[in-house]
Ligand binder design. Structure first.
Ligand code: NAD
Length: 454
């Protein structure tokens, strides 16, 4: 088997780098290095650990343009998205840089003594990430893990290792001690599989498909290994008749076509109340046509290509068997381009309605009333995010409580803010990232009782 992986620019099809893939033996060596680095890292004074993370964040900020350009090349992200992502890496590092000095335990009243809890680091954490948001998703794992005093081995996706490698270099330049944060490009079954199996890796923080997530959960069970799983989605965008229809229709394309639909939070099912269904489609058509699908290096680009030829084929297979309502445009020629596409779902049994397509394809279906909307929204194995468009506050709250998903937004499509918890229910995952509680996923609570009775 070849030991390097070509990194391809999805917008042109050109090879931009060949990255060596680590072996199982190299994975074991990286874990041994991380084990060796752990005692000293956990012993770094909280203020000093905070300072190192802040310096890392500052270096990311200084290299923001470079990181963004790298992500445009290796993942086909639009330059404006990629800049936001590099900024998000900086912000998440800054946010968790505040954590080491605030890793409080508790003092619990008990008879006969003093009881205190400590938030202890776990040890070595394996962070395994997908190709769709290579920089940000990696950071949501490694930043709180490092802040809590763990050492980290990060395995980027085969297709997009370049920004992760650069982040590893910036961490070293910031003074993060050797072995504390290692980036190990490699294949899923080899490096990823070994991290999951390795007895010295105490936790796996995995983002990727539900299929691989399930297999990781099964393997991790053998060692009762801690897990965070951020998996797939098939989120609903629910538009009630009383909503601001113009805004709902104008924003719906961006809620699913951003990153060419390769977004776990993509609102790929639009549910529209029947009395405004035709009007909504009339408004949606020009909004879809207006999405600028073009060379992602252009400042005006709103959507770039798909990640690979394989992904293009998969996405097209869903559309081939469905009724297309209308679609936008996309460039011809080299690269893995696919136009924004709107399908009409008739029964809800269609593959395109039920499966995560992970491409710029959305299906629209009418519903009758609030109960019907909730029933349809929940008729999926996934539960990651979703949007609710209504001017009725009571309904917004009722539906928010009734939809089975980890992250909902009302009259907006935002899912990810680093200040707030993010994660899924059902087959969308296990655990939460980001927000004030992320540290609990990278620490164990230790309880200590000290007798005061003579
Ligand atoms: P994937 O599951 O194929 O791969 C994800 C990562 O796991 C890669 O680094 C891969 O090399 C590694 N991997 C593969 N097999 C492995 C194994 N047996 N053991 C250990 N590691 C292994 O996913 P993908 O195609 O790269 O990404 C797309 C998927 O990710 C979509 O389903 C998407 O919804 C999901 N995703 C979820 C979130 C979220 O936060 N919920 C965010 C982004 C992407």
């Amino acid at each position: 088997m070849t030991r390097t992986q070509d990194v391809i620019n999805p917008a042109t099809g050109e090879v931009v780098a060949a990255v060596p893939m680590a072996s199982v033996e190299e994975t074991d060596a990286a874990v041994a290095t991380a084990v060796a680095a752990f005692p000293a890292w956990r012993a770094v004074a909280p203020g000093d650990r905070a300072r190192l993370l802040r310096r890392f964040a500052d270096l990311v900020d200084e290299h923001r343009e470079e990181l963004a350009a790298l992500e445009v090349r290796d993942a086909g992200h639009t330059i404006r998205n990629a800049r936001w992502e590099a900024g998000n890496v900086r912000d998440v590092l800054h946010y968790y840089a505040a954590a080491p000095e605030r890793l409080f335990g508790r003092q619990i009243p008990v008879p006969g003594g003093l009881d205190v809890t400590f938030a202890e680091p776990l040890g070595v954490v394996g962070v395994i990430v997908p190709w769709n948001f290579p920089m940000t998703i990696a950071t949501w794992g490694f930043a709180p893990a490092l802040a809590a005093g763990n050492t980290v081995v990060l395995k980027p996706a085969e297709l997009t290792p370049l920004t992760a490698i650069r982040l590893g270099e910036l961490a070293t330049a910031a003074g993060i001690p050797e072995g504390v944060f290692q980036v190990l490009p490699g294949r899923g079954a080899e490096v990823g599989g070994r991290l999951v199996e390795h007895p010295d890796v105490r936790k796996i923080c995995f983002t990727g498909s539900s299929r691989v997530g399930r297999s990781i959960m099964a393997s991790a069970a053998r060692r009762v290994k801690r897990l965070t799983l951020e998996l797939g989605g098939k989120s609903a965008n629910i538009v009630f008749a009383d909503a601001d229809l113009e805004r709902a229709a104008a924003t719906a394309p961006y809620a699913v076509f951003d990153n060419a639909g390769q977004d776990c939070c993509a609102r790929s099912r639009i549910l529209v109340q029947r009395e405004v269904y035709d009007r909504f489609l009339d408004l949606l058509e020009p909004a879809v046509a207006a999405v600028r699908v073009e060379d992602p290096t252009r400042e005006t680009s709103e959507m770039g290509p798909l990640i690979s030829a394989e992904r293009l084929e998969t996405v097209a297979s869903y559309v081939d068997e469905s009724e297309v309502a209308f679609r936008g445009g996309c460039p011809d020629g080299p690269g893995f381009w696919y136009p924004p596409t709107v399908l009409l779902a008739a029964t809800g049994a269609e593959r395109s309605w039920r499966e995560e397509i992970f491409g710029p394809v959305v299906s629209v279906m009418p519903f009758t009333d609030e109960a019907d909307a909730v029933r349809l929204a929940n008729d999926t194995e996934y539960g990651l995010s979703g949007s609710i468009w209504t001017r009725d506050v009571g309904r917004a709250l009722r539906v928010s409580r009734a939809v089975e998903a980890g992250n909902l937004s009302v009259n907006s499509h935002s899912s990810v803010r680093y200040w707030t918890p993010f994660g899924g229910v059902k087959q969308s995952g296990l655990g939460r990232e980001l927000g004030p509680d992320a540290l609990t996923a990278f620490t164990e609570t230790k309880n200590v009782f000290i007798a005061t009775e003579e």
